[in-house]
Ligand binder design. Structure first.
Ligand code: JBZ
Length: 222
């Protein structure tokens, strides 16, 4: 699949897109990520991309013209255009899965105090947020989306089974994992995991998943 990102800070994407699973997905052509510098579409000799808000108030607002021009330079028929914004609907597992079935995704990263509302109204197909906390811009949110989406592209995960068993796929949080040594600083691995009884291990993991989900994320159970 192809993902295009429109941003004022293209360098933020350099290392994450070259590293680990994402780096390999791109290297093997399972994923193609284009990064477009919004500054290249800025207006006038100063390549201006922002201006004061109509109605007054603190900070600057991203102008619509450079954002429309940049997105229209990469957009094709059937592209799904997404605006990363603190006002967006919450991004989740289901949304990531849905995005992965798109042929072409365009992610618009906001900066400053926000983006001219005409981008949300007339350019983006939807507006999403990665969570209830304050970010300085949409770049880190876009990276979260790219990573979560890439995991649903066939071939990106070596072991397809790891997709299904992971947290959220089952609607539950993950059970605790242990590795060697069996005892570390006096703390032992639960005996069931070293018992060799696979049925008992499965049951223990299911129980722990349910308990941890009940305690920490009861919203996932309803
Ligand atoms: C996001 C102004 O640009 C921003 C600012 C905050 C922010 C985003 C874009 S996207 N927060 C989020 O996903 O929560």
């Amino acid at each position: 699949m192809k993902i295009d990102v429109v941003t004022l800070f293209p360098e933020i994407f350099d290392v994450p897109l070259r590293t680990s699973l994402l780096g390999r997905a791109i290297e093997t052509d399972l994923l193609d990520v284009g990064v477009t510098n919004l500054r290249d579409f800025g207006l006038g000799t100063h390549r201006s991309v922002d201006d004061e808000p109509y109605g007054g108030g603190a900070g600057m607002v991203m102008r619509p013209e450079p954002v429309f021009s940049a997105v229209e330079s990469v957009k094709k028929e059937g592209s799904h255009v997404v605006l990363l914004s603190p006002r967006g609907a919450l991004f989740d597992h289901a949304k990531a899965k849905g995005f992965a079935s798109a042929e072409h995704l365009v992610l618009i990263c906001g900066r400053y105090e926000g983006i001219d509302e005409r981008v949300a109204l007339h350019l983006a197909d939807e507006e999403i947020s990665i969570g209830d906390f304050v970010l300085s811009g949409g770049e880190v949110a876009a990276l979260c989306v790219i990573e979560a989406v890439s995991r649903f592209i066939p071939g990106v995960l070596g072991n397809e089974a790891s997709l299904a068993s992971e947290s959220h796929a089952a609607g539950l949080l993950e059970y605790p994992q242990y590795t060697r040594p069996a005892e570390f600083r006096g703390w032992s691995v639960p005996g069931v995991l070293t018992s060799g009884d696979h049925g008992a291990v499965d049951e223990w993991r299911r129980d722990r998943s349910e308990q941890i989900t009940r305690e920490r994320r009861p919203d996932l159970l309803s």
